[in-house]
Design a protein around this ligand. Sequence first.
Ligand SMILES: [Zn+2]
Ligand SMILES: [Zn+2]
Length: 691
Amino acid sequence: MAFTSKAPHTCKYCQQITLDLTHSGSITQFSCGVEEAIGADEAGCPLFHGFIDDLQKNTSTRNILATGGILNLGLRYLKEDLPFSPAIIEPLVRETSDDEWQHVFFGKFPSLSLWTCEGDAASADISTRPYELDNASVASVDFARNCIQSCQLNHDECRRSTSDLMAREGPTSIDPKAIPSRLLLITSTSSGLHVELVGKGLPSAIKTNSVALDGFAILSYCWGGPQPVELTRRNILDFGKGIQVSKLPKSLRDAAWFTHKIGLKYLWIDALCILQDNNEDKVREISRMELYYGQSTVTICAASAAKCTDGFLTSREEDPATYAIGPIQLRAKTSSGTLGFVQGTAESDYFNNWKPQEPITLRGWTLQEALLSRRILIFSSDHLHFTCTVANATCGGIEPKLKPRVMTGYESRVEGVHTLSGLRSYPVREVWTKVVDSYTIRGLGFPTDKLPAVSALASSLIPMARARNQKVEYLAGLMLDASEPENYYWRTEFLWRVHHVQSTCHIPIGSPSWSWSSVNGRISMYVFSQPKPWSSTDGVQLLEYGVDLENEIAPFGVVKGGFVKIHTRTKSLNASIKNVDYTIAMDYDPSDRMVDPNRTLLALCPDTPKGVDRIELAIQGELDLLLVELIPFYENYTSPAGLIVAEASGPNRYVRVGIYECQQRDHQTGAELAMRKSFFDNSSVQDVYIV
Ligand SMILES: [Zn+2]
Ligand SMILES: [Zn+2]
């Protein structure tokens, strides 16, 4: 039987129980004989089922159940302590002859969380409510407004992530330098909501002081194909005169409505605030997106909408599958002396991992939009959530107030939508590794967006690295620690791997072959710790590097080409496989990075199906490929690894085909060890120029 908060479980057995909300921690007893409890379980009462199920698992209580002795069942009510914990009830049991109550479980749950419905007498004692199902309701708008205000007032971290100016001038002000070039000004008229585009190239200028003080909202959403309404050179003056919100696609309409409801006047939406037919405008605005998302008052994340016409202000049915137990309705004696009702529930999976991913987490651009934000309202398929740099909350349910992230232990309740926050404490390269891993799973409308769609994030990370005295260079998607030409970390940036060779292809744009941005498909960066007896004398050096930017004002944007010149040992692939156990690795599993843990072998990992063909030809001796050493053998701590390259046009020029790695099993033989150790012995040292 499936229950919801509107149709909770109730039966004659559990209705005999009255929780005393005035006595927290005391045991609200209800004695009952074993036979009665078993009868309630058999009649389908989930509360008693929880008890009996657990008692049967325990040998001593199992006997009493069998012999029909007297057990006392109890419920301990613990008051809420929001935002840290909701009110709960814990199941307890004791034998009649015993004084000690024993804790039992409701199935696998140690307690049930309690909430009560709006207007119930118990609402004076219990402030949690069932999940709000209507994203446009008064409760949803109030929730959003309260979360934003509470974050602005109480979270130094969320303010600090903008600028010092904010700390000086109050919690709601925005750095004037970060105000977008154009904004939609929302006004309410008798004929409905209007938006008027103000700013660059428009009749009305942006009132900087007003925006700096009042703030603005920003939309993160899936385009899902061409936009029915977008800003162009032709219609910009019409936009300046104002558009009726009802003429916009639903996701944009919903964003304007919600922004207005939470008391903000300004909204930024890419399709309406960037000239879509002007490349120069696009490049400039995209390079400023870091500021826009980072400094907006709140990001409205249309997580559940796969395209701009879907909208996200929906009212949905409650899904009974949300609950593993309940909701079970229980009577409650309230502090005002009257009788009310509460509902006890246990959620089946708090993170909804059993549900399909939200559409927004499948799109490339939206990753940085979330990571760069300081506050996000996430309109997911189930609930409305709020997340900021340090806290989380959900509209309804057991976490209705901002709960510090240290308590929750998770980034946000929607996988793939969260602020950079926790990641900020990691070394920049590690952050970037995580970003690339999750970014390359996502799709892009245009393959040429590969670098622009993470450019704002890259540009925010570089100053972070430099502030930590790291000389990090951004090179077509790679974060090179170039502080020492011989150091270790630049090398691992080149050792990215594709996940499934058969599903990848090269993108015919300017990215150099050594950048993951030249390949369409899921990528993982090389995870590698510095070898213990650190040696900087292996001679591998990064001599020169550079990229040819398509546009100088977008240093993190599209590149027309690039090169690296590495001084190292090389060896022909064909010669490398002589007397060596090797394999062509077609798939990569990051949880088990060994291609075959039972063998010490040379793993040849091509980037694309074409690379597979080339490696096969090289194995047969029909094509000359080179192995370029990046990670040498270090006293058994590392596996020799590097690039596989093919000759390109031009003297001594190469392109990347894949990577190789000499992987070792735990109990390798002396011969296997010698193979890895001497793999590059007698190889020539040269300057390899890779494009
Ligand atoms: Zn019942
Ligand atoms: Zn906050």
